[in-house]
Design a protein around this ligand. Structure first.
Ligand code: CP
Length: 309
């Protein structure tokens, strides 16, 4: 495995499966009363968050602590970043403090690559979401959750039919998932209004549909995406009501899904917009499992990047 995890493209199929298998082993360990492993004792992980986060930041912190690493949480609010300090000077500061790994979330696409490629610091860099580009550990925890529910916790995702629905244009989760799901053999269909699809979507190798209602029962997984209002400078759909009617997962659509289909959402959810409360809380929903699995998957990423084989 590379020293950094910046994109799903950094992983071969075998490496991705190995990471999921490692996460499964680590999940078993964390279910024991002790919960902790000494693997990263003496190592320092810095969580460097330039954008808000609940799930990713907390689960990286829990993952690092369960591997016995020292964790420093660093957010824009309350740091010299808010005074205009550059990414380079921040990285040099982290290097001086002896950071062995940096988990970075940044609003600019490519920020994690820049941190890794400039050699400002010697530690591993993990991309925890960069702009609209990628969120590789989210895709890995999603694949882990799909595998756990539909593939008896092993191997690839060959033969599964996955729908990714909603604001694909602004979604780093969608980009990382398309890369990983296809790498693992799943068939991916993107369902969105034309205004919320990237211009180059035809080069992604997925099916693309504008209609959420056709063939709903053919999917094994329906992954809903958050409508990212904070990244929208224009009107991308006529109204929220219209969006929910055409692209929201509601009780009527939920009833049409096949019996084994699971419902996913990376969070945070806009309940009532892209997903109704009864869909989010239904017995098909694995949304809480996704959050839980995030800890084991991030433990696996830290373990493989920093702890050796
Ligand atoms: N899915 C996800 O990245 O959530 P957070 O923004 O809360 O980290």
């Amino acid at each position: 495995m590379n020293r950094h995890l910046l994109s799903i493209a950094d992983l071969s199929k075998e490496e991705a499966i190995s990471l999921l298998d490692t996460a499964a082993e680590l999940a078993r360990v964390t279910e024991t009363p002790v919960k902790k492993l000494p693997t990263l004792r003496g190592r320092t992980i810095v969580n460097l968050f330039f954008e808000d986060s609940t799930r990713t930041r907390i689960s990286f912190e829990a993952a690092a602590k369960r591997l016995s690493a020292d964790v420093i949480n660093f957010s824009v609010k309350g740091s010299s970043l808010s005074k205009g300090e550059s990414l380079k000077d921040t990285a040099l500061t982290l290097q001086a403090m002896g950071a062995d790994g940096v988990v970075i979330r940044h609003p600019a696409s490519g920020a994690a690559h820049r941190l890794a490629s400039q050699k400002w610091m010697s530690g591993s860099v993990i991309n925890a979401g960069d702009g609209t580009h990628e969120h590789p550990t989210q895709a890995l925890l999603d694949a882990f959750t799909i595998r756990e529910n539909l593939k008896e916790r092993s191997g690839d995702l060959m033969g599964l039919n996955v729908a990714i629905v909603g604001d694909v244009l602004h979604s780093r989760v969608a980009r990382s998932n398309v890369l990983l799901l296809q790498k693992l053999g799943a068939k991916v269909t993107l369902i969105a209004p034309p205004t919320l699809l990237p211009v180059a979507v035809n080069s992604w190798g997925c099916n693309v549909k504008y209609d959420f209602d056709s063939d709903l029962n053919s999917f094994d997984v329906v992954m809903m995406l958050r409508v990212q209002r904070e990244r929208m400078e224009d009107a991308f759909f006529p109204s929220e009501r219209e969006y929910a009617r055409r692209y929201g997962l509601n009780a009527a659509r939920l009833a049409q899904l096949n019996s084994r289909c699971i419902v996913m959402h990376p969070g945070p959810m806009n309940r009532g917009l892209e997903i109704s409360a009864d869909s989010a809380d239904s017995d098909k929903s694995v949304i809480v499992d996704q959050v839980k699995n995030g800890v084991a998957v991030r433990m696996a990423a830290l373990y493989l990047l920093l702890g050796g084989e």
